[in-house]
Write a protein of this length. Sequence first.
Length: 274
Amino acid sequence: MKTNKPSHVTKQAISPLKRERIGSFRFFWAAIALMLLTVILSGCAGMTETTAPGVTLTLDPTGESKEVASGVQLLVLLTVLSLAPSILVLATSFTRIVIVLSMIRNAIGTPTAPPNNVIIGLALLLTFFSMSPVINQINNEAIRPYSENLIDQETFMNKTMDPIREFMFKNTREKDLELFISMNSATRPNSLDDIETVVLLPAFVISELKTAFTMGFVIYVPFLVIDMVVSSILLSMGMMMMPPSLVSLPFKLLLFVMVDGWYLVTRSLLLSFS
């Protein structure tokens, strides 16, 4: 009878492959460690060229200050671009508009209709429309002169921020502005021009939140009345197992369509900024 070979024979046959792989891994990590060591030593000793197995590293110190300055400017530009969506959300009318539109959807009782993409897209369109005077002023007073080399960078930044600050001042409550001025450790400003943007921006945001929630409350009231009426009718009929939201949803949709709700809400939002 034939017998199976013991398992240790297989292990002995595989062990050379394992040793070969372990050796290759060790060589790989040793090469990386040698390359890192040469880079560190070159930075300390000021060498212009170092070599490693299969790798050549050349360091050119000429023009170093200009390259560093360009790299810093590129880093600052990328940082500003990454913060641009947050600035758009906080320093414009987008916050109030998107909150009110979301509350309309919740008040009607359709959490997925219209979807989030439609809500955000409509909020962006209304934001660009309501901010069009500010955008045109920035374009005429800052972007065009700067592109034609008529003003320097500092003047460009000031002329860009002035219309935005004016818009935020018009839509910020004095109570909210007073809160952040009192919390700021700097000296008390004598005029609006002395108020820093870091103080104005949070005051503007909480003012927008209060205004948005106030408008949302007014929108919720008629739909809440419909829910209460439907619940009372179902309870009086003994239909306690019937969800009131299921019955009231068609009536709320009918009311919103009959009064042309999207027109009224859009008109109210745009007039609130004028």
